[in-house]
Design a protein around this ligand. Structure first.
Ligand code: ZN
Length: 310
């Protein structure tokens, strides 16, 4: 069994409009944009990262905004809902805030005894704010959202699958422990996690497969401390029969990827080196940062990428 995984590292989705995307995560949700770079595999598309002050693993929502991309259709084989942790007693204020800002899909409810507020992202992305008591993670205080109701980071992610068995087995192999069932959702929690330590598996036997587009989660990444731990995880996955990519340098972390039996793309990413490797901590997310292999494209990319205003 794998013991090196410490919760989520980041969640990466797709969007149709970079400016709208940046405004939603920084102004509406009060996260900090911690990096403005490009998709390393398709550098004419931005890769935008939002999180807490440092972009700590477990807080980072990232986007590939493909201009005018058609919206995805939700279904199984993907992460249907990404959950953020907010302080106890703040959901009413959040509901009022999001409603006043025109956010759609607002629905308050509870799951696993936790109060939650479901809402849509700009492209119909599935999100929820979940009240968590005593979350020690510090929200970003430089935005429009008052610190006392700020987002601490991820709470977890909810995957939708036809049949939960193989996904539960995989999560258990990855070090997660079953923590209960609520309706058609099975919850797993990794002990000793970074706060973003819940994975919910929603079983929908007769639902259609997702058709990915804007608003769809592209993949979710799990956090390991360093490259040595990542190599141990890679070996354990390969030994179990998973097809895992080689280690890929993503500048701010090192990444490996594999497809799960339920159809969801998983990544395992290192906590090292972090988002301050090429920008000062007080400047994160401001400049267009390019990886070395794409620096020669800077003039063309600066001409082609739609500027983002704060
Ligand atoms: Zn990733």
């Amino acid at each position: 069994m794998i013991t090196q995984i410490k919760g989520l590292h980041h969640v990466t989705s797709m969007a149709a409009n970079a400016q709208q995307n940046s405004d939603f995560f920084t102004k509406t949700l009060g996260l900090r944009r911690v990096k403005k770079t490009v998709n390393f595999d398709a550098p004419d598309v931005y890769h935008l990262y939002y999180g807490d002050a440092a972009g700590s693993p477990g807080s980072v929502m990232t986007y590939f905004p493909f201009p005018n991309m058609r919206k995805g259709r939700a279904g199984v084989g993907e992460v249907g809902e990404t959950e953020f942790a907010v302080p106890k007693g703040t959901l009413k204020a959040w509901a009022e805030r999001l409603s006043a800002l025109g956010v759609s899909g607002l629905a308050q409810g509870s799951s696993f005894g936790e109060n939650r507020l479901r809402f849509d992202g700009p492209d119909g992305d599935g999100f929820a704010l979940v009240e968590v008591d005593g979350d020690a993670r510090t929200p970003w205080e430089g935005g429009d959202v008052p610190a006392e109701m700020g987002i601490h980071g991820f709470h977890g992610a909810r995957m939708r699958v036809h049949d939960k068995a193989a996904s539960v087995e995989l999560m258990s192999f990855m070090g997660y422990e079953e923590a209960g069932v609520d309706g058609n959702v099975t919850r797993l929690i990794v002990p000793g996690g970074n706060g973003a330590d819940r994975i919910d598996i929603e079983e929908l036997p007769s639902a259609a497969l997702a058709d990915q587009g804007a608003g769809s989660v592209h993949h979710i990444a799990f956090a390991v401390e360093d490259r040595a731990a990542q190599l141990e995880v890679r070996k354990a996955l390969l030994d179990t029969g998973y097809q895992v990519t080689p280690v890929i340098d993503r500048d701010y972390f090192w990444a490996i990827y594999f497809r799960t039996p339920g159809g969801v793309l998983f990544e395992v990413a290192t906590n090292e080196p972090g988002f301050d490797r090429d920008e000062a901590p007080d400047q994160l997310g401001q400049g267009l940062m390019l990886p070395t292999q794409h620096e020669h494209l800077r003039p063309a990319l600066e001409a082609r990428l739609m500027p983002i205003t704060d």
